[in-house]
Design a protein around this ligand. Structure first.
Ligand SMILES: C[S@@+](CC[C@H](N)C(=O)[O-])C[C@H]1O[C@@H](n2cnc3c(N)ncnc32)[C@H](O)[C@@H]1O
Length: 279
């Protein structure tokens, strides 16, 4: 199994830092929906799990206000460095470099555990959520957004299917292996959170277009699509020739998704998950 902490400190982290502005623009509609479900009120203490480059730390700090407290936790040193830069002037925000499934967080110290696409990478999700529940106050809330299944997310499946046509299909990961689509099955999410001791678990569907590129030629969009999701993982160890073939294959399948503003916009589908601590 891939070591997730090493993975998020490797070339992927560099890509996330380099592409931070563009990735935030793509993910913001999903994050905003999750922030609304979290219903954060002034003075609350919030833990942002897998805060990455810090976009949601800024939004959470805004909602929790001058008397609130926002703590981001992430094992990725390069992404956290960007988050620290962005939050340098916010006294209510701090970050912890660490694995959220095991780092000591202080019992009962948060009103809300929040995440934008940062909770699908735990090797043992039941144990991780049990640990996170321990950091919540007795009536604390959990609120996160995660992707639905790969097949429900054309922004990832369309380029992936095009690339496997030319480079071959990789070994499928073991069932339920950590990864961006590992929380696609709603019954699995219910099971994990129930076993971790959460109550009143709800999953609500949320859909938005995910935009790539801005130029009318679509070349830029094809390059951007190759840098994210399962295609990026597939191309990680490939040589330049294979990457060029992959980008050409993606370029060939995206014209139906061309957007009037330039670039392409492909459908994305997520779960907005909420639950509450019942200890
Ligand atoms: C898809 S990125 C999302 C980043 C950020 N939340 C955003 O929306 O821009 C997933 C994040 O989860 C983090 N992550 C992976 N495993 C983690 C763990 N065990 N504990 C905390 N964060 C983790 C990664 O380092 C990465 O920053």
């Amino acid at each position: 199994m891939v070591d997730q902490v090493a993975y998020w400190n490797g070339p992927t982290a560099g890509r996330w830092v380099q592409e931070q502005t563009r990735l935030d623009r793509m993910l913001r509609p999903f994050g905003e929906a999750a922030l609304d479900s979290a219903a954060i009120t002034p003075r609350e203490a919030v833990l942002d799990v897998g805060c990455g480059c810090g976009d949601t730390l800024l939004a959470l700090a805004d909602r929790a206000g001058a008397h609130g407290r926002v703590v981001g936790i992430d094992p990725s040193a390069p992404m956290l460095a960007r988050a620290k830069e962005r939050c340098a002037n916010l006294p209510t925000v701090s970050v912890i470099e660490g694995d959220a499934s095991s780092t000591s967080l202080g019992p009962g110290s948060f009103d809300v555990v929040f995440s934008r696409f940062g909770v699908m990478f735990f090797p043992d999700p039941e144990r991780a959520f049990q640990h996170l529940r321990g950091a919540l106050r007795a009536d604390g809330r959990l609120s996160f957004v995660c992707w639905r299944r790969l097949a429900e997310n054309p922004w990832a499946s369309v380029p992936f299917d095009a690339v496997v046509e030319v480079l071959g299909r990789p070994e499928p990961p073991p069932p339920d292996a950590p990864g961006p689509f590992s929380f696609g099955d709603p019954a699995r999410v219910q099971r994990i959170l129930g076993a971790a001791g959460f109550r009143d678990v709800t999953l609500q569907r949320f859909e938005a277009k995910v935009a790539f590129g801005a130029s009318p030629s679509l070349d830029e969009a094809a390059q951007e699509l190759a840098k994210l999701g399962p295609v990026a993982r597939l191309l990680e160890d490939r040589d330049a020739a294979a990457v060029s073939r992959a980008i050409a294959a993606i370029r060939a399948v995206i014209p139906p998704y061309a957007s009037a503003a330039g670039g392409v916009a492909l459908p994305g589908a997520a779960w907005l998950v909420t639950a509450r601590n019942a200890s």
